[in-house]
Design a protein around this ligand. Structure first.
Ligand code: FES
Length: 132
C-alpha cells in the first residue's frame, strides 16, 4: 500500500480529519459513486457565505476516506465561491496525488461540496438557481 498511495493519503486514511456529524449543520448533502457503491455525507455549517464548520461520514474505500478528509480541511473557513473552484484534481493534488484508477474517489467529495453550495443558495440564502 505504501508504494501505491502517498504518505498524505495514508495519513488521512488512518487519521481522518473532521469525521462525524454536526448538530448545528444547516446544509447536509450526500453523494454516492454508483460504480462502487460508496457513499459520503457532509454536514456543513454555512454562515454569511463562509464554511464555518464541516464534518463527514462515509462508507467507502481508503482513497474516498482520505479525499473527503482533506476536502474538509481545504474548505474550512473558505467562501462559497472558493468552494466552487475545488475539483477532483485539486483534492488529489493536496494529497500529493492519487493513482489514476482512484481519481473517481476524489470526485465524490468535490461534487458533494458543489451540491452543498447550490443547496445553500437555493434554500437558506433564498436565491433562485440559474435556469439552463
Ligand atoms: Fe468507491 Fe473509492 S472505490 S469511492
Amino acid at each position: 500500500m505504501s508504494d501505491y498511495y502517498t504518505a498524505k493519503v495514508i495519513d488521512h486514511f488512518n487519521n481522518p480529519r473532521n469525521i462525524g456529524s454536526l448538530e448545528d449543520a444547516n446544509v447536509v448533502v450526500q453523494a454516492g459513486d454508483p460504480g462502487c457503491g460508496d457513499a459520503l455525507v457532509f454536514f456543513i455549517k454555512i454562515e454569511d457565505d463562509i464554511i464555518h464548520d464541516i464534518k463527514f461520514l462515509i462508507k467507502g474505500c481508503g482513497a474516498a476516506i482520505a479525499t473527503s478528509s482533506i476536502a474538509t480541511e481545504l474548505v474550512m473557513g473558505k467562501t462559497l465561491e472558493e468552494v466552487l473552484t475545488l475539483d477532483d484534481n485539486k483534492i488529489a493534488a493536496a494529497l500529493d496525488g492519487l493513482p489514476e484508477e482512484k481519481m473517481h474517489c476524489s470526485n465524490m467529495a468535490a461534487s458533494a461540496l458543489h451540491a452543498a453550495v447550490h443547496q445553500y443558495r437555493a434554500t437558506i440564502a433564498g436565491e433562485t438557481p440559474p435556469i439552463g
